[in-house]
Ligand binder design. Structure first.
Ligand SMILES: *Cc1c(COP(=O)(O)O)cnc(C)c1O
Length: 487
C-alpha cells in the first residue's frame, strides 16, 4: 500500500513550466499548479484558490461546441485548467467520457422549455439526483488519477446536511487510493438523503452519524483539519465546494446550454438557486472565459443574506432558518470570497481584512460599493416557503412538469426579475423525488425515484453512531485510515 502524503508539502513536487497557476484569495499562500490545488483544497493562508488569469474560449470555440456530446464539451472547457503533463488530451477525454456515461439521460444536461423564453437546465440525471454529481463524479476520478501517478493516498473527511454527502460518497466509493469519512447529524437529514449515503457499502466508505447538529459536524471537521499531526499522518483532504475542481467541473454545463441556445451570437440570462455560491460562481467563471451572459440571477430562500447584499448592499449574518429548500439554508456562502477577490481588484490583503471584520462583527465592510460594482452582472430575488409551494403547484398546472423546491425558488426568482429580451435558463438543481414531501404538498403527487434507486427504501443501511466529541471522531478516523494503509 502507498503512504499517506502530507498535503501542505506538495508544492515542492511541482514541476515548473508555463502552466496555469492558482493564487489564494488571501494573497499570501504560494501559487500552486492544478494537481496541488486539487489535493489541498484550501490555501494555507485560509484563502480559496482561483486561477491567476482567466483562460479564454473564443467565439469560434463556442460555435464549435454546438452539436457536440456533453463529455466532449466538458473535456474542452476544463482543458485549460489542467496541465497536460498531469492529464493528456486523450486521458482527459476518456475521463470525461467515463464521468458522464453514468448519467441516465442521453443529453446528460438536457434543456426543457417551460414558457416562451424560459428553459430548465436539468442537472439531476446523475447517480445521486442533484447537480453536485457533475463536479464530484469528475473529482473522484481526478483524485484517483493523480494519486495513482504519485503513488500516494489521501483521507477525505467531510460534513453534510444533505446532497454533498451522497454525491461525494458515490463519487469516491471503491477508489483504491482514498478513504472517505462523511459526518451527518443523526436524525436531522431526510430519509432519502440519509439512505443515499448509508446504503453504499464499500471498503473505503465510512458513514458517521453524529449525535449532534450539522454545525457540530462542521466544527468537528474543522477541528480535524486544524490538527496538523493528523493532517500529515493520514493525508487529510476536502471535497466541499471550496475545492477549485468543483467550481471548474460545473463550468461546462453553462457552455453546453449556451451553445444549444445560440451562443456566442446570443447572450443568455442564467438563474441559479444558491446556497454556498459555488454554482453561480461557476457561471461567473464561464463568463470570464468568454461565454456571453447578460445577467446572473441569484435565487435565495428565506436565508436571504445574498439577496440583501445584491439588492441593497447589506451583507450581515443572521441565524439560519430551516426551509423547504434545505441545500440553500446557509448564511455564510464560502465561494462568495472568490467573487469578492475580483471585486476588490484581486487585492488579497483587502480580502483578508474584509473577511476578518465580517467574521468578527457579522457585517461585511464597504459592502455598498461592492454591491454597486456587482450589480452590472448580478441580480438577486428571494422566495419564502409559501411562494415556493405556489411555484411548484403553478409550474405543474401550466406545463405538467414536477419541480423540486430548490428549482422552484429559481423559477420564482426568474418570474420576479424584469424581462430583458434574453433567453433565460433556470438551473434545475435536484430531482423532484429527492424532496417528495414538498412536491406532494404542492401538487398532491408524490414523485417517484428513478429506477436505479427504486429499492432505496428497502436496502440495508450502514453507519457508525459516534458521540459529539472530537477525540472520539479522531480516534475512529485514525484507526480506520491506518488499518487501510497497512492492511
Ligand atoms: C448544493 C445545492 C444548491 C446550492 O448550490 P451552491 O453551489 O451551494 O450555491 C442548490 N440546490 C441543490 C439541490 C443543491 O444540492
Amino acid at each position: 500500500m502507498c503512504p499517506h502524503i502530507a498535503l501542505d508539502r506538495l508544492a515542492r513536487f511541482s514541476s515548473k513550466g508555463p502552466n496555469l497557476e492558482y493564487v489564494s484569495t488571501r494573497g499570501t499562500a504560494p501559487a500552486l499548479e492544478f494537481e496541488d490545488v486539487l489535493l489541498s483544497g484550501l490555501a494555507r493562508d485560509g484563502g480559496l484558490f482561483v486561477p491567476a488569469s482567466w483562460p479564454s474560449i473564443d467565439n469560434d470555440d463556442i460555435r464549435a461546441l454546438q452539436g457536440l456530446g456533453y463529455a466532449e464539451i466538458a473535456a474542452r472547457i476544463v482543458r485549460p485548467f489542467i496541465e497536460k503533463d498531469v492529464l493528456s488530451d486523450a486521458e482527459l477525454k476518456q475521463l470525461t467520457q467515463e464521468t458522464y456515461a453514468g448519467f441516465d439521460h442521453p443529453d446528460v444536461a438536457p434543456l426543457r422549455q417551460i414558457d416562451d423564453d424560459t428553459w430548465l437546465l436539468e442537472l439531476f440525471h446523475g447517480p445521486t439526483l442533484a447537480f453536485k454529481d457533475f463536479a464530484l463524479q469528475l473529482l473522484g476520478r481526478l483524485f484517483e488519477h493523480v494519486l495513482a501517478r504519485r503513488g500516494a493516498r489521501i483521507t477525505i473527511v467531510g460534513a453534510t446536511s444533505g446532497d454533498t454527502g451522497s454525491a461525494a460518497i458515490e463519487a469516491c466509493r471503491d477508489r483504491s487510493n482514498l478513504d472517505i469519512f462523511m459526518l451527518h447529524p443523526q436524525g436531522r437529514v431526510s430519509e432519502v438523503q440519509r439512505r443515499q449515503m448509508t446504503t453504499i457499502v464499500a471498503d473505503n466508505v465510512y458513514n458517521i452519524a453524529l449525535d449532534g447538529t450539522f454545525d457540530d459536524c462542521q466544527d468537528l471537521v474543522k477541528a480535524l483539519f486544524a490538527d496538523h499531526d493528523l493532517r500529515d499522518e493520514i493525508g487529510l483532504s476536502a471535497v466541499n465546494s471550496i475545492n477549485w475542481a468543483r467550481i471548474m467541473g460545473q463550468t461546462a454545463y453553462y457552455f453546453a446550454a449556451g451553445a444549444k441556445l445560440g451562443a456566442p451570437d446570443e447572450a443568455l440570462t442564467f438563474v441559479v438557486p444558491t446556497g454556498n455560491f459555488g454554482n453561480v460562481y461557476s457561471a461567473y467563471v464561464a463568463r470570464q472565459m468568454g461565454l456571453p451572459i447578460s445577467r446572473l440571477i441569484v435565487a435565495s430562500n428565506r436565508n436571504d443574506i445574498l439577496y440583501r447584499f445584491f439588492a441593497r448592499g447589506d451583507m450581515s449574518i443572521s441565524s439560519v432558518e430551516p426551509s423547504l429548500s434545505p441545500s440553500m439554508d446557509i448564511q455564510v456562502s464560502s465561494n462568495f470570497e472568490r467573487l469578492m477577490f475580483d471585486l476588490l481588484d484581486r487585492d488579497g490583503a483587502a480580502v483578508e481584512e474584509a473577511m476578518r471584520v465580517f467574521r468578527q462583527d457579522g457585517v461585511l465592510p464597504d459592502s455598498q460599493k461592492l454591491s454597486d460594482d456587482a450589480r452590472g452582472l448580478f441580480e438577486a430575488h428571494r422566495l419564502d416557503d409559501d411562494e415556493t409551494l405556489e411555484v411548484i403547484r403553478d409550474v405543474h398546472a401550466q406545463s405538467g412538469v414536477l419541480v423540486d423546491p430548490h428549482t422552484a425558488v429559481g423559477i420564482g426568482a426568474a418570474r420576479k426579475a424584469p424581462r430583458d429580451g434574453h433567453k433565460r435558463v433556470v438551473l434545475a438543481t435536484a430531482h423532484p423525488a429527492k424532496f417528495p414531501d414538498a412536491v406532494e404538498k404542492a401538487t398532491g403527487i408524490r414523485p417517484e425515484l428513478p429506477s436505479h434507486l427504486s429499492d432505496l427504501l428497502d436496502r440495508p443501511e450502514q453507519a457508525e453512531t459516534i458521540e459529539n466529541d472530537v477525540a472520539a471522531v479522531r480516534a475512529f478516523v485514525r484507526a480506520h485510515a491506518a488499518a487501510r494503509n497497512t492492511g
